[in-house]
Design a protein around this ligand. Structure first.
Ligand code: SF4
Length: 236
């Protein structure tokens, strides 16, 4: 009799816990939709907490409900970008790293691979060179990595306080999840795949704060001093 009552209580508690978890997962999916479609961040820390713990079931449920397969990853990346933004900005660039994916390189890239990733010599055949050069110019250490094992090695071997990553939705979200303590910021690839992927260079430069150091010249507004001189000469 006593055992029957204990099992009944345990069974009811289990059903209650599963019910609560399901309600939380649905709530996170609704908040994710609001974030993606209305650009409104509601309970961001709760969203991140739940989506990190229940990443796989959450993704499974959202796909079963007919949402885009990237929805949960997009939500994770967007929320982390928002909640880490201010902390990230306060950290010196010399204490930040930029992690680019190996797949961004040109198919005719001749750069060699070492234990930290691709050693880009800025040959000009792909966007990696430009991003690397500009990021290093403002103090970042740049890594071009073929996979997550390299990211683990970087975390183990290098000292840094913050990170900017470039990747596809899933890789970016999972990497930002793993590097949560480094106030990560992420930029999505504009073209995904296994090789010759692409990223909007402007978005990366904006994210790493390049334009805070070297403000972008807007030729339409004649903010380029050389352009102003030319216009004055033309008018005189
Ligand atoms: S810029 Fe760097 S990564 Fe791109 S092709 Fe040249 S060496 Fe390879």
């Amino acid at each position: 009799m006593l055992f029957t009552s204990i099992f009944e209580i345990l069974g009811e508690s289990l059903v209650l816990v599963i019910g609560l978890i399901l309600i939380l997962l649905f709530l996170v999916i609704i908040l994710g939709q609001i974030l993606i479609h209305k650009d409104k961040l509601i309970f961001p820390k709760l969203v991140i907490f739940i989506s990190d713990i229940f990443y796989t079931p959450l993704k499974w449920i959202s796909i079963k409900l007919g949402f885009d397969e990237n929805m949960i990853d997009q939500m994770g990346v967007d929320v982390r970008n928002q909640i880490n933004k201010n902390r990230f900005k306060k950290i010196d660039n010399e204490r930040k790293i930029l992690v680019l994916p190996h797949c961004l390189r040109s198919s005719s890239c001749k750069a060699r691979l070492d234990e930290t990733g691709l050693v880009c010599n800025v040959c000009g055949k792909c966007t990696v060179g430009e991003i690397k050069q500009k990021a290093e110019k403002i103090g970042y250490k740049v890594f071009i990595v073929p996979g997550s094992s390299f990211v683990k090695k970087i975390i183990k071997d290098y000292e840094f306080d913050s990170v900017v990553g470039v990747a596809c939705y899933e890789d970016l979200n999972l990497t930002m999840m793993k590097m949560n303590k480094f106030s990560p910021q992420g930029v999505l690839l504009s073209k995904t795949g296994c090789f010759e992927t692409d990223v909007n260079v402007d978005k990366v430069l904006k994210k790493i704060g390049y334009y805070d150091v070297y403000p972008k010249i807007n030729s339409d507004n004649n903010t380029d001093p050389n352009l102003c001189i030319k216009n004055e000469e033309i008018n005189s």
